[in-house]
Design a protein. Structure first.
Length: 226
């Protein structure tokens, strides 16, 4: 039965709860990592569309603990607040979950280590690492990037701007998603200037931003945000 047909079964029972092993365990799991400072509609549209295109059971929006490549370039919102925003963003989105494994691991976040953690959480699953093309362009600077492409299939989505080429030794799949010209950098600066964030982040994320008083008095640092 397709998920759509499932919706129309009268008095349908609750779907089986997500378990990490056994027959109902996810078989195809996407890892979509980021700083998510804050999470926006570009992230959600990407996660939902890659999940659909590649028939993934689950996409994990993994919140970086210490985004080591961004450290020192700007103020990073503390990880628990970024996790709270991602949890709010995905709460009602089927098949998309917030991941806290990198926060639990502590220290700088390396995708190679995260994939090991995911492989032990979902031992039967095929793993996919999802990145925007700006992030993909820097993949050879990632810690143990060869391990990333050995442990998972690399999935690249285009962001607005010039498409990038990857080194020939890096295997990857391109997935088309609607291109949305939105970035967390722009959202932080909008918030700082008092411009609205409405429709660029979802309502539940706005609620977390408001209730925690995030993104006030951002200090702009030239060149920050990649
Ligand atoms: P910042 O501007 O602070 O760098 P960001 O918007 O790029 O934030 P990140 O948390 O850095 O968001 O990105 C996490 C992942 O999401 C990266 O792989 C990035 O390429 C991808 N991504 C971010 N925004 C978009 C978008 N609008 N469309 C597609 N992918 C995106
Ligand atoms: Mg970025």
């Amino acid at each position: 039965m397709s998920p759509l047909e499932w919706m129309f079964v009268p008095n349908r029972p609750e779907p089986p709860s997500a378990t990490t092993t056994g027959p109902s365990a996810p078989r195809r799991v996407g890892l979509f990592g980021g700083t998510f400072d804050p999470p926006h509609v570009g992230h959600l549209v990407t996660a939902v569309n890659v999940r659909h295109s590649l028939e993934l059971d689950l996409v994990v929006l993994m919140v970086a603990n210490v985004p080591w490549q961004k450290e020192g370039t700007r103020r990073i919102t503390p990880a628990p607040a970024r996790l709270a925003m991602v949890e709010a963003a995905v709460a009602d989105v089927p098949g998309i979950v917030a991941g806290s494994a990198e926060i639990e691991l502590g220290g700088p976040s390396y995708t190679a280590d995260t994939l090991v953690a995911l492989a032990s959480e979902y031992p039967d699953a095929e793993l996919f690492t999802i990145v925007g093309d700006d992030a993909a362009a820097g993949i050879t600077s990632w810690e143990r990037y060869r391990e990333v492409v050995e442990r998972s299939a690399l999935v690249v989505v285009d962001r607005p701007g010039d498409p990038v080429e990857l080194p020939a030794e890096v295997p990857w799949i391109r997935v088309e998603v609607p291109r949305l010209e939105v970035s967390s950098t722009d959202l932080r600066s909008r918030s700082n200037d008092g411009r609205p964030l409405d429709y660029l982040v979802t309502e539940p994320v706005l609620d977390v931003i408001r209730s925690r008083g995030l993104y006030r008095d951002e200090v702009a640092v030239a060149g920050a945000g990649t």
